[in-house]
Design a protein around this ligand. Structure first.
Ligand SMILES: Cc1cc2nc3c(=O)[nH]c(=O)nc-3n(C[C@H](O)[C@H](O)[C@H](O)COP(=O)(O)OP(=O)(O)OC[C@H]3O[C@@H](n4cnc5c(N)ncnc54)[C@H](O)[C@@H]3O)c2cc1C
Length: 601
């Protein structure tokens, strides 16, 4: 299918423009090559990771490294690397796919994989000079070398640009001398190369460097951190003491490090979301098998409504997350292709392609990391006492899931970023929020229509509701921007609420589009459970949006204005036909129970 610029929305435009279901990519659109890739990734996981799950729990760091080498031999580390540098040069969707299916067995391997292929390699492929790429990328692509990413410092976490690590140019101008302390560095224990961010003189922004790991060059490591989860992921402090780095190892330009760090993180965020998908599927599979077999009160516990509700919600979240992740991944891939066709180098095209969808990357990171947390928690609950035992995989899955809300930018930071970036895009004229927000304001003053729409077509009420949910965001965020202007960033509780609305809209819309597309091509009957999951998710989204919007409105509007906005909220979130969520959950859970696991991917 030829991709045309007009077919794909710009980042953030989902809020104000309609997307047709034919224009979204879904997991059901994978081509044969991608399906084979998925199968070989799954085989690798079952053979090397899942079968040795206990070794990961016992902090066998050497085994993580061994598995990374094996992944390299199979080409799994090189999917995203351009062919010119020894990689497979596959598109963004394929790289997401590998990231997704390789990540379910253990968070230890998933973190090692993500830190190496993402933030450990990407800054070079995205910002490196030709010489840097020729020198380092082929080794990283094969797993001959491993990479790590050194941004965080004891005093610089979320405030990543505030690091104290220094880079001082030598008198002869041939090298920089780097001194400083980096903290929480994944893969530090076995990597050959660090991407290090340091400050030159009193520059406003940090600068990126490629630093080879040579203990004889002033580099030393702290002990392995004692962590809640991801037990076999190597996480150590890294100390640089007058470490000499040739000037040609500077990444991009002086002072460009913060930009590099943030763009690497954009990719990292969407890939982290992908990395939380297979973890959810595996937990659902294990929990369903257990619930089918575990008998209490002479009944398999899966027959109890309380358990069905959990299974239904877990499956629904996974289904919606898949829809949103692959939708955004294809948007990024298409944007890269379009940019290349317009004359951009692959490097430039990839950089801009990902940057374009930074809002969606943040949304996905937050939503999917919270879903995997919820799913693992419910997984433990379904296992009952056995779930609390380290002998079952639920316990480690729960601990491993926890980190996803913290790294790659905490979920608080990503929530604020998602709304902040959207407002900035609107200011720059890249997304027209003002026009639609003004129209919503006028609609609030008008008399509502009392006609009952025709909702006979599949998901038509859901699609209509979605349009109205977008109006809720425009109403709340639009008024907040008007009220507070640039000071909005100081109103964090409001930003959090606005972000939650935005997240729910994107996730629900992605589910609706996936289901609508598949119902059209495979038939409504074949998609009955997916339709139920889409309706259930939207129902839950409406509840969340009502609550968050109300919180926002009463925090900044008073009197008549408040009353008018609350009435608008009621109108915009109104169902004509309330879905029967008990029936929906039962339908979904019964299907998962009958299949003895999650079968929608
Ligand atoms: C296991 C693990 C692996 C990691 N791997 C790497 C790695 O490979 N490379 C690397 O560079 N880093 C890595 N990190 C670091 C990680 O990215 C940071 O921990 C994260 O960015 C948060 O920083 P912090 O821990 O200093 O928390 P802080 O920034 O101190 O945040 C503490 C709390 O305050 C909140 N907060 C902070 N600022 C604000 C604000 N402005 N407004 C509202 N709330 C705020 C945060 O959301 C959080 O809830 C890793 C961390 C862990 C735990």
């Amino acid at each position: 299918m030829e991709t045309k610029e007009k077919d794909i929305l710009r980042g953030g435009q989902f809020l104000v423009k309609e997307t047709k279901c034919e224009d979204v990519f879904t997991l059901e659109d994978l081509n044969e090559e991608q399906k084979m890739m998925r199968e070989s990734t799954k085989e690798f996981v079952d053979r090397e990771l899942w079968a040795h799950w206990e070794r990961f729990e016992k902090k066998d760091y050497a085994y993580t490294e061994e598995c990374m080498k094996k992944a390299g031999e199979l080409g799994l580390l090189s999917v995203a690397v351009p062919e010119a540098y020894g990689g497979m040069g596959m598109g963004f969707v394929s790289t997401m796919l590998v990231c997704d299916y390789i990540s379910g067995a253990t968070g230890s391997f998933s973190t090692a994989f993500g830190a190496h292929t993402g933030i450990g390699t990407l800054p070079i492929t995205l910002y490196g000079t030709e010489e840097q790429k020729q020198k380092y990328v082929p080794r990283l692509a094969t797993g001959e070398w491993f990479g790590a990413y050194c941004l965080t410092e004891p005093g610089a976490g979320s405030d990543a640009n505030s690091g104290k690590t220094k880079a001082v140019l030598s008198d002869d101008g041939k090298y920089y001398s780097i001194t400083g302390q980096k903290m929480w560095i994944s893969n530090a224990g076995f990597c050959n190369l660090f991407i290090v961010f340091a400050r030159i003189e009193n520059d406003k922004n940090i600068t990126g460097f490629i630093v080879e790991n040579d203990p004889g060059n002033g580099i030393s490591l702290g002990d392995e951190e004692k962590k809640l989860g991801i037990h076999s992921s190597s996480t150590r402090q890294v100390f640089f003491s007058e470490t000499k780095v040739p000037v040609e190892n500077m990444l991009s330009e002086r002072g460009n490090g913060f930009k590099i760090a943030m763009n690497a993180l954009n990719v990292g965020r969407i890939k982290l979301a992908a990395a939380c998908l297979e973890a959810q599927r595996r937990v659902i599979n294990e929990a369903t098998k257990y619930a089918n077999e575990r008998v209490q009160f002479k009944t398999p516990i899966i027959n109890f409504g309380a358990i069905k509700a959990k299974i239904a919600d877990m499956a629904t979240n996974a289904y919606v997350d898949e829809a949103a992740c692959y939708r955004a991944a294809k948007n990024i891939e298409d944007r890269i292709v379009i940019r290349e066709a317009n004359g951009n180098s692959h490097q430039e095209a990839e950089l801009k392609g990902v940057e374009e969808y930074a809002i969606e990357c943040s949304i996905l990171k937050v939503a999917v990391s919270e879903h995997v947390q919820h799913t693992t928690d419910e997984g433990i609950q379904i296992f009952g006492g056995m779930g609390f035992s380290a002998d079952t995989p639920m316990e480690s899955a729960w601990r491993d899931a926890r980190i996803s809300r913290i790294y790659e930018g905490t979920n608080e930071i990503n929530r604020m970023l998602s709304v902040g970036m959207l407002v900035k895009k609107a200011m720059k004229g890249h997304v027209d929020l003002l026009g639609p927000a003004t129209a919503v304001g006028e609609e609030l003053l008008g008399i509502p229509s009392f006609d009952i729409p025709d909702y006979s077509e599949l998901l038509s009420e859901e699609k209509d509701l979605l349009i109205r949910l977008k109006k809720v965001f425009l109403m709340v965020a639009g008024s907040a921007v008007q009220k507070f202007g640039p000071d909005l960033e100081k109103h964090q509780m409001l930003l959090m609420a606005a972000s939650d609305i935005l997240i729910q809209i994107y996730m629900a819309e992605s589910a609706i589009l996936r289901t609508e597309k598949n119902a059209k091509r495979f038939g409504e009957g074949a998609q009955a459970t997916q339709i139920a999951m889409t309706k259930l998710y939207l129902y839950r989204a409406v509840d969340i949006i009502q609550q968050k919007a109300k919180e926002g409105i009463v925090s900044f509007a008073e009197g008549d204005e408040q009353r008018m906005m609350l009435m608008g909220l009621k109108r915009f979130t109104k169902y004509t036909n309330q879905p029967n969520v008990v029936k929906l959950r039962t339908q979904i859970a019964d299907k998962v129970a009958a299949d003895n696991g999650y079968t929608f991917d």
